[in-house]
Write a protein that binds this ligand. Structure first.
Ligand code: GLA
Length: 384
């Protein structure tokens, strides 16, 4: 094992100590100096099966992103606030044990199919498939052991855009009830203009539904700062997909106008959240984006007045699930012992629509052997 000098070559190896083990070394290298860049790999513990988990630290300009091979998960994401002070803006745990325990998908890659499939059943090419029901009557986020709970293989592929790591996973035919061997990859690239780019691909040897996303919980003021209710959000969506009591779309594509879901102009998240019915209450909706498809289009702009941080989301996907951390209930202790309460973080999951397998009017999520699935989502940070 060796540190491969990547983006900034010699400069990077000057700033970064080569191999270092465990969390102590990790703590030493977090933050870092300004104009450096590079990639560092660390041990991040072992799965219950004894398999080693790796943590990659990608650093470019003022941004540092940590990604681990368990669940192809973003564990930390540091960007400066308006004073230039870097800080972590995602929820997560101190160590692997946290992620292995009761973990609401913090930072993880979700697959084979993100969000819900009604009744955990679907029919494809005349054959019925039954998935595990892991949330009430439905299958959620790929099932009991989705892509967030498997070990991915990492490869450093840094190039002119910046330090990058490509994670690959082969999901076997029948895994979690899905048909076909699916070969998936997720590439994380940290660019020098405070941008994290995530490129996903997948191919299959049998027709199968595929809908990948990243499930990071953001709090631009920092995960210890309280709720995200004072963040302002803009969504490039005029319509959304209404859901039933179990969060399954009815199939309708409805206008956001004159509803608490109208984020076409920047609006404080807490302003109308109490108008949303349901238990636990809050935003957990798929918004239909205005467009993109080929090149990533602006989907969302999030602003935190306290820190001045702005996050823009660009994606090739047709939808974004805006989830306001409603199921966080104060029972989880995250990084640094911080208790995560309701609405302490929010997700903007770029993806195809929930339960697409049951709605012919939604963009299809069926991948066939002749096709390659791709999706690109960019999180771009700045300050105001
Ligand atoms: C998604 C879903 C939510 C919830 C979270 C994970 O955002 O839409 O309902 O399941 O994931 O807790």
């Amino acid at each position: 094992m060796q540190l491969r000098s990547t983006f900034m070559g010699v400069l990077a190896s000057f700033f970064w100590a080569p191999w270092s083990l465990g969390a102590a070394a990790e703590a030493q290298t977090s933050g870092g100096s300004k104009a450096d860049g590079g990639l560092q790999k660390m041990d991040f513990g072992k799965t219950p099966e004894g398999m080693p988990v790796e943590l990659y630290v990608l650093k470019n300009g003022r941004m540092t992103v940590k990604v681990m091979t368990y669940g192809a998960t973003i564990t930390e994401l540091h960007v400066p606030d308006r004073r230039g002070t870097p800080g972590d803006v995602v929820l997560g745990f101190d160590n692997l044990e946290g992620y292995l325990g009761n973990n609401p998908y913090f930072g993880a890659t979700i697959g084979r199919v993100a969000n819900r499939i009604a009744g955990g059943k679907f029919t494809l090419e005349g054959k019925g498939y039954a998935l595990a029901l892991n949330q009430g009557p439905n299958s959620l986020h790929g099932g009991r052991k989705g892509f967030d709970k498997v070990l991915w293989k990492a490869e450093e592929i840094s190039g002119p855009d910046g330090p990058a790591v490509k994670l690959t996973y082969l999901s076997r035919d029948g895994e979690e009830g899905y048909p076909g061997h699916l070969s998936a990859s997720v590439t994380f690239t940290v660019k020098d203009d405070d941008e994290l780019r995530i490129d996903d691909t997948a191919t299959t040897d049998k027709a199968t539904p595929v809908n990948l996303t990243n499930h990071s919980y953001f709090n631009l003021a920092g995960p210890a700062s309280g709720t995200i209710l004072d963040h302002e959000l803009m969504l490039a969506a005029d319509t959304y997909t209404p859901v039933d009591d179990t969060l399954i779309p009815t199939g309708e594509i409805a206008s956001v106008r004159e509803t608490p879901l109208d984020f076409t102009t920047p609006t404080r998240i807490g302003a109308r959240i109490d108008q949303l019915k349901g238990d636990p209450g809050g935003y957990d909706h798929n918004f239909v984006l205005r467009g993109g498809e080929e090149s990533p289009a602006l989907a969302a702009r999030l602003y935190d007045p306290k820190s001045g941080r702005v996050m823009e989301v660009f994606t090739t996907e047709p939808g974004v699930q805006f989830y306001s951390g409603n199921f966080l209930d104060g029972t989880l202790k995250g990084r640094g012992g911080v208790v995560y309460r309701k609405h302490q973080g929010l997700c903007l999951e770029a993806q195809h629509f929930p339960d697409s397998v049951h709605h012919a009017n939604f963009p299809s999520i069926i991948l066939r052997p002749s096709m390659t699935y791709t999706q690109t989502t960019i999180y771009r940070f700045s300050t105001r």
